[in-house]
Design a protein around this ligand. Structure first.
Ligand SMILES: *[C@@H]1O[C@H](CO)[C@@H](O)[C@H](O)[C@H]1NC(C)=O
Ligand SMILES: *[C@@H]1O[C@H](CO)[C@@H](O)[C@H](O)[C@H]1NC(C)=O
Ligand SMILES: *[C@@H]1O[C@H](CO)[C@@H](O)[C@H](O)[C@H]1NC(C)=O
Ligand SMILES: *[C@@H]1O[C@H](CO)[C@@H](O)[C@H](O)[C@H]1NC(C)=O
Ligand SMILES: *[C@@H]1O[C@H](CO)[C@@H](O)[C@H](O)[C@H]1NC(C)=O
Ligand SMILES: *[C@@H]1O[C@H](CO)[C@@H](O)[C@H](O)[C@H]1NC(C)=O
Ligand SMILES: *[C@@H]1O[C@H](CO)[C@@H](O)[C@H](O)[C@H]1NC(C)=O
Length: 380
């Protein structure tokens, strides 16, 4: 009896401690102002501003027409989703002789740039609005990326002259005075014309060897598996459909009014959520006795650490859209119906303190998206 009391006291103490140490798995990112540059607007989300996101970080870019993200690379992988407008991106692939991979990325397209492959993005005449995700919690582009203009500005002029085949006196002071901030998002006098061929040809090395279109994947145009159980859909691409993306993946999720993303968890992945539009409620179950309920609006972010059970529901009366980013290349998913459905009814009844008659009324077949009307019970 004494030991039972002791155990109960210890258990209560653990619950109290965890409640005090609760981590916040959402960020009111929509409240964070953009930084403004000549080429457009930018903001980041990392462990500094969103401590609950323990394995990923993100950024939002709104490039104006002709806005250029300086050629750069970084020691983390990058997955991105184009929300609207058109981005023309070039990535330099090691291992192909001066190979370049330049494509236009339209709304609904995704890219994956592996760590330390240099890339640059320019917005065409309609501008470009995109979300990027990185598989490191503390990474930010403004602090941790290696940019071309920043690199050369930090290089002594005589070394630059020797490296570029110029006379030292011919190296303009402009190069050395550039800061990482100056070069971050610049703007062309006019956005590039639509012709990709002309753009690809306007380089110093002729002709550029064109690589295969390995880093682009048109996600949201019927090219990826779409799970649709009513209530919306999940349009996702992992490395089985987009082979370049070996270490990150993502999805566009549509929620109809009242639609629920089924209670589920990922065995191998953490999930970073970005609300494009609409309003959501949700929860993350993170440890014994602790589940965090939350609401998210347009531009807000959420995170579900690997293994944590979670759900999301559209609380509005129109369709709502969300981008999900994951820190692994192979999708894994377990949901509540699959778990309850494979356990003997007697075990479920004992676990939940309910009758086997009640267990028999549960519909285990409601999968990824559950429409508002169906609820969790079978229709009578
Ligand atoms: C988490 O952060 C959001 C946005 O700042 C805030 O509205 C919410 O109350 C916080 N939740 C918890 C559990 O601290
Ligand atoms: C994309 O959509 C956002 C949000 O609605 C809007 O602010 C922005 O101007 C749009 N950008 C482009 C390039 O269409
Ligand atoms: C993430 O990036 C930070 C800052 O560059 C680095 O210190 C850390 O080791 C990285 N973490 C992982 C898991 O790679
Ligand atoms: C460097 O300057 C010398 C003398 O002024 C000139 O002959 C030479 O062509 C210049 N080299 C380059 C690469 O401009
Ligand atoms: C240096 O920058 C200024 C301002 O953009 C420009 O007018 C000038 O032509 C540049 N100089 C060189 C040598 O490129
Ligand atoms: C919400 O976002 C989706 C996906 O980007 C877009 O197709 C839709 O038009 C947007 N809805 C509204 C009302 O802006
Ligand atoms: C089971 O449910 C009943 C009815 O709500 C309640 O009185 C009882 O305390 C519960 N038993 C346990 C062990 O939770």
């Amino acid at each position: 009896m004494g030991s039972v009391v002791c155990t109960l006291v210890a258990f209560a103490a653990v619950v109290l401690t965890t409640a005090q140490a609760q981590v916040n798995f959402t960020q009111a990112w929509s409240d964070v102002p953009f930084q403004t540059f000549p080429g457009g607007e930018y903001k980041s989300s990392s462990a500094m501003t969103f401590p609950g996101s323990t394995s990923m970080s993100a950024a939002l870019f709104k490039l104006v027409a002709g806005g250029v993200r300086d050629a750069h690379w970084h020691n983390v992988d990058e997955w991105a989703y184009v929300i609207n407008g058109t981005c023309r991106a070039t990535v330099l692939e090691q291992g192909k002789l001066r190979g370049v991979d330049t494509w236009d990325y339209f709304e609904g397209d995704i890219w994956f740039f592996p760590a330390n492959t240099a890339h640059t993005v320019v917005a065409l005449a309609d501008g470009c609005y995109f979300l990027t995700g990185y598989n490191n919690a503390s990474f930010t582009e403004e602090r941790d990326a290696f940019g071309l203009s920043d690199w050369l500005a930090l290089t002594p002029q005589r070394i630059m002259a020797q490296a570029l085949g110029l006379n030292t006196s011919a190296v303009p002071a402009n190069l050395s005075s550039r800061t990482s901030h100056d070069g971050f998002l610049t703007r062309l006098a006019a956005p590039p014309a639509n012709s990709l061929d002309a753009y690809r040809a306007s380089t110093l090395l002729q002709p550029p060897q064109q690589a295969a279109q390995v880093h682009r994947f048109p996600l949201a145009h019927g090219n990826a598996p779409e799970v649709n159980n009513g209530g919306g859909y999940i349009n996702l691409a992992d490395s089985s459909t987009f082979p370049a993306a070996t270490t990150m993946m993502g999805a566009l999720v549509k929620f109809e009014a009242g639609g629920l993303r089924q209670l589920h968890w990922h065995t191998t992945l953490s999930e970073w959520q970005f609300i494009i539009n609409g309003t959501f409620e949700g929860a993350v179950f993170t440890r014994a006795g602790v589940a965090q309920d939350f609401t998210l609006g347009p531009g807000d972010a959420g995170f579900a650490p690997r293994g944590s059970a979670h759900w999301l529901r559209n609380t509005g009366d129109t369709d709502a859209y969300m981008i999900l980013m994951f820190d692994g290349g192979v999708f894994t998913n377990e949901d509540v119906g699959g778990l309850i459905g494979v356990l003997p009814a007697s075990i479920v009844a004992s676990s939940l303190n309910v009758t086997q008659g009640f267990v028999a009324s549960i519909n285990p077949r409601l999968e990824s998206m559950v429409p508002m009307a169906s609820g969790n019970l079978k229709q009578a």
